[in-house]
Ligand binder design. Structure first.
Ligand code: KG4
Ligand code: ZN
Length: 333
């Protein structure tokens, strides 16, 4: 039997999970409301909150899994990419835990873990598959050849898709994080109401900074005509923005599928919680006869279950690290 404790602390979520023989038994997430009033994650406040949350979060994960901490065979933690101060809290905790209990330590790449979240539950994709990983910090198309053999085919040249949602929300005077709110308003709006540009970016890369500027100019022009423009048209604006972000993402995914001939297609990361993207992918999948894989909501945004499952597959391979391991703000898949 293999009991793995997973720890995630790369951004503003402190999370701990217990995985037993590849099955997730608990996935506790402590969020940080403190950032909302600043309109984005404040790194120093994030690391202080991780320090407060980490021990109670781990305790709860152990309790909910109905095990004792002596039962844990290895501890897996997010090494990066992420905010260095936040990563340091999870890394230091994991190292101390492993040292005190004399158990192996496993480092996990957060971007790989978002993709490996597909191996938590059925249906699990078979290799090779393409994964569109869309989060607050990344937008990537990855060719996944095996659990830890991944090739980056394309990525954003500027803002990430989640940033496009969050920065647009700021323009629309919506609180942080704006992605889920834009998603909510979009469900009542007309996606054809406002025409926004689709950038022409070569190969399988993305760009979202031009879209943000186009939205800003559109809102400014409309507000000159009607100072109440946003209050009166928020649903239509959100629906139009969401439709454009989704079409940028899905058109590149279609191109990647065509180029590689791969028909197992997955999405991962916080933005894969977006209802427009989920729906759009399902429709495209039907049209092109893809096998589509969409994670459960709770495994889309940052969570430790994905770290624990990635850790479990490294445990099977005996891929352990020593106490000299340090977190990395930047890491590739
Ligand atoms: O993966 P994640 O939880 O954290 C990072 O690793 O960045 O992704 C967070 C991002 C934020 O930008 C948030 O606005 C976005 O995911 N997000 C959404 C939705 N839920 C979360 N964006 C659009 N629609 C959603 N429903
Ligand atoms: Zn993430």
């Amino acid at each position: 039997m293999a009991v793995i404790l997973g720890i995630e602390s790369s951004c503003d979520e402190t999370s701990a999970s217990i995985c037993i023989d590849g099955e997730i038994k608990s996935n506790i997430i402590a969020g940080q409301a403190i950032h909302a009033k600043y309109g984005g994650v404040v790194p120093e406040l994030a690391s202080r909150a991780h320090q407060l949350h980490i021990i109670p979060t781990v305790d709860e994960a152990i309790q909910q899994a109905k095990i004792h901490k002596n039962d844990i065979d290895a501890v897996a933690f997010t090494r990066g990419p992420g905010l260095l101060g936040s990563l340091l809290v999870g890394t230091s905790f994991a190292k101390s835990f492993a040292l005190a209990r004399q158990i192996p330590l496993i480092e996990v790449n957060h971007m790989q873990a978002h993709i490996l979240a597909h191996f938590i539950e059925e249906p699990k994709p078979s290799f090779p598959f393409l994964c569109l990983t869309v989060s607050g910090g990344h937008t990537q198309i990855v060719l996944v050849k095996d659990y830890f053999e991944m090739e980056l085919l394309g990525q954003t040249l500027d803002d990430a898709a989640g940033e496009a949602f969050d920065k647009t929300a700021k323009i629309l005077n919506l609180p942080y994080p704006g992605g889920p709110l834009i998603d909510k308003y979009a469900q009542e709006g007309n996606p054809e109401a406002y025409k926004l540009p689709e950038p022409q970016i070569p190969e399988l890369n993305f760009s979202f900074s031009g879209l943000k500027t186009a939205i800003l100019y559109m809102v400014q022009a409309e507000e000159k005509k009607n100072p109440n423009f946003l209050a009166e048209n928020i649903a239509d604006v959100c629906a139009s923005v969401q439709q454009r972000i989704v079409s940028i993402l899905l058109n590149k995914l279609k191109k990647a599928a065509k180029q590689t001939g791969v028909r197992n297609i997955a999405i991962a990361g916080g933005v894969s919680a977006n209802s427009g993207l989920r729906q759009g992918l399902l429709e495209m999948g039907e049209q092109y006869q893809w096998n589509v894989f969409i994670p459960k909501f709770e495994y889309c945004t940052d969570n430790a279950a994905m770290i624990a499952i990635a850790g479990y597959h490294k445990y099977l391979r005996k891929e352990f690290v020593g106490q000299d391991i340090a977190p990395l703000a930047r890491m590739h898949v």
